[in-house]
Design a protein around this ligand. Structure first.
Ligand code: AHR
Length: 662
């Protein structure tokens, strides 16, 4: 990069002289940062994560379980399972319910082997990813019938029915018990691998909760998460983790809503329900999409802790999804919903002597999770929502004034109801309003100043879901995750930062998508059963999250305070401790630009860092080319009152510029 790190003690005038000498044909933008006039604090929650089980994000995704329909509780109990017979073995199998291992897990599989190694194979989630030499923990509940087999063989199998590693599970009795073993994989395979359980002799046996996890989960936890995916989240340095969604919170009908109490404790006791994205989109129907809740609220709290992010659960407010049924819990029957919220706060924060605090402790976390944020409803609108939010706010405000409540804006932000609802929430003194924007890239550029005119008092804004939607292409109607989209989102984020007194939280949505099982595009991170990569939008989020800064700094471009002057969008912040100026610059146009940055009379001095994301407008990442669009970082020395940097065409640049001591 030309002129990288050049710094001129003579300031802007010297720069102008340089330009006149013809070293740089286009005039540089003069960016003046008022370092000595720091404005609002930038909230630690400014950049966070939106998590929803859509696109196989949880089951089949970050939740590292490899067995689909492990408890035979799908409405079609055999979905994902088929006959496995080695060398002409014979037998039969069927779902059964007589004396199950637990009432919450009412169905199991009964298998009879007549001859040879007979059993069942599980397809996994679009196959299974295994790595040669790595260890996998097999666990299942089993019993034999009468003089059925006392041993089972558990194997990975390849498409030619050859074993790719196995373990023996010995000592079956006629009572249900859990058996565990370890398979060391003998091959690496992303989607062609299956898993089978075979009788090691003739007779009848029952199996349930058949589970296979890699030993190498995040933090090595049992019932754990995929390490690569959690690492990508951790690298974002998120300020909060919102869970479990999204529309998942609402359900199509109230009986399909997310009920956190059914998602904690022994995974075998968690009641499975259909995933609402199973058949939401006819062109991307996913009939095998259910919620096992193996990743439940306790695991979400642990994940928040691991990420160093504030947990932000969203709870149902007595309203099903208004894009679907819009079913309402009557106002005089809303208490159980409010009770769920109260109990959740006790589960997260209560002493171990409290009823729900004791449950948290029993799960292995006696220390509180220090919950501070709670969302009431997702994408709800109309008087029905205001009535219900008011009831929640009254009770929670009285009993838990320490909890910040987040209210839903009308997702149709162009509607008259959007303003009506925001006004009502202001009257109710809501702490936060959660606004959502899924719009074309262009919209984000035009609306960069959206929050400039928001009231400076009253509810703060949570931009809870947003993404730039480039028009869909190809037979699958997939919206691409391009650099153009990432830059549009980055532009919008400079608007958050400049309005840090109003916007205190934000998150791109949705987060995760399986390349063979998605319903929605675009997403931040894609994965298959072994690999994962961040989109250009991921990198933009990561660059903002890792370089948030502590206080916003006023700035002008060519003397103009309007964001976007000269086609360049920007924000500036003082770092924690005040030793660096962090400048974010987005140049979405097709021409390279140059900026001359001054510090309101202060002097730069020391080693600076520049991180740049640039490339083709339509540039995307993929499993084959995971880093085609990825940031590059360089270090350079700065000194003097002006720092000059080149901004490539179509780029996001984050500069960390050290200030010399006074
Ligand atoms: O992010 C995908 C969906 O978009 C969310 O579930 C919902 O809140 C929004 O409509």
């Amino acid at each position: 990069m030309r002129n990288a790190g050049m710094a001129l003690g003579g300031g802007v005038l010297a720069l102008m002289a340089l330009v006149r000498l013809g070293a740089q044909p286009a005039g540089p933008l003069v960016l003046a940062v008022a370092v000595d006039q720091p404005g609002a604090p930038i909230a630690s929650t400014m950049y966070g994560i939106f998590f929803e089980d859509i696109n196989f994000a949880a089951d089949g995704g970050i939740y590292a379980e490899k067995i689909k329909n492990r408890s035979f509780e799908f409405p079609d109990p055999l979905m994902g399972w088929k006959r496995a017979a080695v060398d002409g073995a014979r037998g039969s199998f069927a779902a059964a319910t007589e004396v199950p291992p637990s009432p919450a897990n009412a169905r199991y599989l009964r298998i009879t082997s007549e001859a040879g190694r007979y059993g069942v194979t599980n397809d996994g989630f679009r196959g299974m990813g295994i790595r040669k030499g790595e260890r996998y923990t097999v666990s299942l509940l089993a019993r034999r019938r009468g003089d059925g087999p006392t041993s089972l063989v558990a194997q990975f199998e390849d498409p030619r029915n050859q074993a790719q590693g196995e373990t023996l599970l010995n000592g079956l009795t006629t009572n249900w018990a859990r058996y565990r073993g370890t398979i060391t994989a003998t091959e690496t395979s992303g989607s062609r691998t299956r898993f089978r359980v075979l009788a090691d002799g003739p007779g009848t046996f029952d199996i349930d909760m058949v589970s296979v996890f890699p030993e190498d989960t995040w933090q090595g936890r049992e019932n754990g998460l995929r390490r690569d995916l959690v690492q990508l989240l951790k690298d974002m340095k998120p300020g909060f983790l919102r869970f479990p969604g999204g529309c998942i919170v609402e359900g199509r009908f109230l009986d399909g809503r997310y009920q956190w109490k059914t998602t904690i404790g022994d995974p075998a006791e968690r009641t499975l329900i259909v995933n609402r994205w199973n058949d939401e989109f006819a062109n991307r129907a996913t009939p095998d999409y259910y919620q096992s809740f193996g990743l439940g609220f306790y695991e979400y709290f642990l994940l928040s802790e691991d990420l160093g992010a504030e947990p932000l659960p969203i709870i149902n407010c007595g309203m099903a999804c208004q894009y679907n049924s819009g079913e309402l819990a009557p106002l005089d029957a809303i208490d159980p919903y409010i009770r769920d919220a109260l109990d959740l706060i006790e589960f997260a924060n209560g002493p171990v002597t409290s009823s729900w605090g004791a449950k948290r402790a029993a799960l292995g976390h006696p220390a509180p999770f220090n919950l501070k944020l709670l969302g009431v409803g997702n994408e709800q609108w109309g008087p029905q929502y205001i009535e219900r939010f008011a009831l929640f706010e009254k009770v929670l405000g009285q009993q838990h004034p320490e909890i910040t409540l987040i209210a839903s804006a009308d997702p149709n932000f162009r509607s008259a109801n959007f303003s009506w609802q925001s006004d009502r929430l202001r009257e109710l003194n809501a702490d936060f309003i959660d606004e959502h924007f899924y719009q074309p890239p262009d919209w984000f550029l035009k609306n960069v100043g959206r929050y400039d005119s928001y009231p400076r008092t009253g509810p703060r804004i949570f931009v809870g879901e947003y993404a730039a939607h480039v028009p869909a292409t190809g037979p699958q109607n997939m919206r691409p995750s391009t650099l153009e989209a990432a830059l549009a989102e980055a532009v919008f984020m400079t608007g958050f930062e400049r309005n840090a007194d109003v916007v205190r939280m934000s998150a791109f949505a949705p987060l995760l998508a399986h390349v063979d099982a998605w319903q929605w595009t675009p997403n931040l991170i894609w994965f298959d059963n072994l690999r994962s990569f961040g989109t250009p939008s991921y990198h933009a989020q990561q660059m903002f999250g890792a370089n948030r800064g502590a206080r916003v700094l006023p700035m002008t471009l060519n003397g103009n305070a309007v964001n976007g002057t000269g086609g360049v969008f920007s924000s500036a912040a003082l770092s924690e401790g005040g030793r660096e100026v962090i400048v974010k610059l987005v140049n979405p146009g097709g021409d390279a630009r140059e900026v001359a940055i001054s510090f309101g009379g202060r002097t730069a001095g020391g080693e600076a860092t520049s991180t740049t994301l640039t490339g083709d407008s339509a540039g995307e990442n993929s499993l084959a080319q995971p880093a085609r669009v990825a940031p590059t970082t360089e270090k350079f020395a700065v000194t003097g009152t002006t720092v000059i940097r080149a901004l490539p065409a179509r780029s996001l640049t984050v500069l960390r510029l050290p200030l010399a001591p006074r």
